[in-house]
Write a protein that binds this ligand. Structure first.
Ligand SMILES: *[C@@H]1O[C@H](CO)[C@@H](O)[C@H](O)[C@H]1NC(C)=O
Length: 333
């Protein structure tokens, strides 16, 4: 702790940066300008991230996707995954994969727990309750456990490998991209964008949960509406952990998209709400947004246009524009 305090003090003095010494205080953080940010990992640990970290000599980013692991869950094995191996047909034949069922691919963010992260557990459980999906949890913690900047740079490779793996899986099982829904949290939201792009935009649907903000606003590899047939983003900590600008065909800004009721000062809570709203939407469908004129109206959370349900599992969902609504402060919101 003593070392951390000295380190922070040095950063403030040495670089004249306006970094807050208090974790959870984001009042000094300006997306695209600030050098330092306290970032929570998915296990809640707060880490001071240097967004200008020089990673020129770190080559692992370019081949990061080679370390991806693909874990299959179905109703027959909701807790114990079966490992699917790219290029190994018997790993598919010997598994519970069902070609006639829709497939959901889940991708975590900056994380030490990877495929076991809370995001994966919450969404998998909610999904298997409503349908016997093939749920493929991608574990890329070989990279995501390290530096945030290295993880950001690894996202295109991680995503491309996912796209090529799913394409091989569909070819092998005579499946169709029309029955594939890619979902990703934080950095994982940008990873599914790259997966969708590698698949030529053929995936039926992509849903990004609070797509990561730091280092992404001007990044051409970020999640984009061209990455799939329908791309939806749910912004819950926009401007801090999440990206503020619209990135999909549809962008939801629940409660204005930045700060969520019931979360207090805990940045993880605001960020996590994005996939929690999705999980809640699967069983109840009660989270309905209204269309906004523009981003200003969306972030003010005062929109009165056409209604559209947030989330849900409809593979043929189609819409466009920005949407906002108010939610409750505890599950199911
Ligand atoms: C292919 O997958 C099966 C599991 O179904 C495993 O037993 C086998 O060792 C794998 N083969 C290779 C070459 O990885």
């Amino acid at each position: 702790m003593k070392h951390l305090v000295v380190f922070v003090a040095c950063i403030s003095l040495c670089y004249g940066s306006t970094i807050s010494r208090i974790p959870y205080d984001y009042s000094h953080y300006v997306d695209g300008e600030s050098r330092f940010i306290w970032m929570p990992r998915d296990d809640g640990e707060l880490v001071l991230v240097d967004l200008w970290e020089d990673i020129n000599n770190r080559r692992e980013s370019k081949t990061a996707g080679a370390s991806n692991l693909y874990w299959l869950y179905t109703r027959r094995n909701p807790e114990e995954y079966q490992l699917l191996i790219h290029g190994n047909e018997s790993s598919i034949i010997n598994s519970n994969f069902q070609a006639d069922k829709p497939t959901i691919v889940q991708v975590h963010g900056w994380s030490t727990t990877g495929g076991n992260s809370v995001f994966n557990r919450v969404t998998k459980k909610a999904l298997l309750e409503v349908e016997d999906y093939n749920i493929i949890v991608v574990d890329w913690r070989a990279i995501s456990t390290g530096s945030y900047v290295v993880s950001v740079n690894a996202v295109p490779s991680v995503g491309e490998s996912i796209g090529l793996f799913v394409d091989w899986l569909l070819t092998t099982t005579d499946g169709s991209w029309n029955k594939v829904h890619l979902i990703g949290f934080s950095l994982g939201a940008h990873a599914i964008g790259n997966a969708g792009r590698a698949a030529g935009g053929r995936a039926a649907r992509l849903t990004g949960f609070d797509p990561a903000g730091p280092l992404w606003r001007l990044n051409s590899n970020r999640l984009a509406s061209s990455n799939g047939q329908y791309v939806e983003a749910i912004h819950t900590n926009a401007g801090v952990m999440g990206i503020l600008i619209p990135v999909g065909d549809v962008d939801f800004y629940p409660n204005g998209g930045a700060l969520q009721p019931g979360c207090g000062a805990d940045p993880n809570c605001h960020h996590d709400r994005a996939y929690e709203f999705f999980a809640a939407s699967i069983s109840t469908g009660h989270l309905v947004g209204q269309k906004c004129e523009d981003l200003t109206e969306a972030t003010a959370g005062r929109c009165s246009g056409t209604p559209l349900s947030l989330g849900g599992t409809d593979l043929n969902k189609r819409a466009s524009g920005l949407y906002a609504m108010r939610t409750g402060d505890t599950w199911p919101f």
